[in-house]
Structures are given as structure tokens and as C-alpha cells.
Write a protein that binds this ligand. Structure first.
Ligand code: SF4
Ligand code: SF4
Length: 180
């Protein structure tokens, strides 16, 4: 009998930009949900979603906080969509040194959307619930995951690293990562 393939759940928020009216309710509820204690305050600068908002150009685009970037990109992107020009880096999700977006204002620590992880688990992320314009839709899908690497593949990978950097450096890196 064939072994059952491993799967994982991928969580998505589908953004319908045409429906977003720039109300920023998503920012308010996100920052409030992540306040300590929960719901004790709200400050959109602490939200894990920020709305690019230029009412005169009819531009309203929610952007969700993604990974931390330790350094700025060497290149920048500019978008023109339907004749509307967007700021440099407008759609980038990274917390990066080139801008204040997605940084905790007091500590400068990077912010990242955690899909409203809670105990007990919420039925859907709060920004989705609070978006009365239905611009945000939550979706979960099951995807197959790569099989675990075989032990000999791990050995080969480690050996290649050791040939390049030496066993001491590889061991030190593993120790560092275990503690992180
Ligand atoms: S709550 Fe919805 S409509 Fe309002 S800014 Fe956020 S995504 Fe746009
Ligand atoms: S899913 Fe939750 S954590 Fe992520 S932006 Fe929406 S409210 Fe914030």
C-alpha cells in the first residue's frame, strides 16, 4: 500500500482591491488584537496590515506585513496599474531598514501578520471579519508537503558545507540556530 502523503494547511487572505474603500478598520482591529493586554488600545502604526490610501487618486490597497529584511533591496519596483502610479516599494510586505512600515513604533521591532493566532483559534482573522466592504476573504487549503529528507541526504548536505567552511564553523552555526 502506498504511504499516505503528508499535507499542511495554507492560510490565505484574498484581497479584492476593487472593493476596498480605505476605511482602515482592518488596521484598527489588528493593532487592537495585538495590544497587551488584548483590545486595551489601538494604534494603526502597530498593525500588521497597512492600507495604501490616496483618496484623490482613488487608491486603496491593503498590504499585509511579511518577512523581516535585514538589508534594503538593491533595486526598487514602481507600479502603474490602470494608469494609477504607486509609490516605490508600495506593495512590499517586508519590514526593512528603508522605511518605517511594519515596525513596532516604540521598539522598532519588526511586525509580521500571524493570521491572528489565538487560543482558542478564531474562525477567521479579525481583519477579515471587520472588513464590512468584503474586500478581504479568508481561505484555507490543504497542500502536499515535501517528504522529509532521507538521513543520507542530510549527511551529504552537511559534508558539502563542512568542505566549504570547515566542521567547526558548521557545528557553531548549528549551536547558534538551536539557541535562536
Ligand atoms: S477594512 Fe476592508 S475596506 Fe476597510 S481598509 Fe481594510 S480592506 Fe479596505
Ligand atoms: S490576519 Fe490578523 S494579524 Fe494578520 S493583518 Fe489581519 S488582523 Fe492583523
Amino acid at each position: 500500500m502506498a504511504a499516505k502523503k503528508k499535507t499542511k494547511i495554507v492560510k490565505n487572505i484574498i484581497i479584492d482591491v476593487d472593493k476596498c474603500n480605505g476605511c482602515r478598520a482592518c488596521e484598527v482591529i489588528c493593532s487592537s488584537h495585538h495590544a497587551a493586554p488584548k483590545f486595551s488600545s489601538n494604534n494603526p502604526a502597530r498593525a500588521r496590515v497597512r492600507v495604501i490610501r490616496e483618496p484623490l487618486s482613488d487608491i486603496f490597497v491593503p498590504v499585509f506585513a511579511g518577512e523581516y529584511a535585514a538589508a534594503e533591496c538593491a533595486g526598487r519596483d514602481k507600479y502603474i496599474i490602470d494608469g494609477k502610479k504607486y509609490e516605490e516599494c508600495a506593495f512590499c510586505r517586508a519590514s526593512c531598514p528603508s522605511r518605517d512600515l511594519f515596525k513596532e513604533p516604540d521598539s522598532d521591532l519588526p511586525l509580521k501578520c500571524d493570521m491572528c493566532e489565538s487560543d482558542p483559534t478564531l474562525e477567521e482573522p479579525l481583519c477579515v471579519t471587520w472588513c464590512l466592504a468584503d474586500a478581504l476573504t479568508y481561505e484555507e487549503r490543504e497542500v502536499e508537503v515535501e517528504q522529509e529528507p532521507k538521513p543520507e541526504e542530510v549527511d551529504e548536505g552537511l559534508e558539502a558545507l563542512a568542505n566549504r567552511h570547515g566542521w567547526d564553523k558548521v557545528a557553531a552555526a548549528v549551536e547558534r540556530m538551536k539557541k535562536a
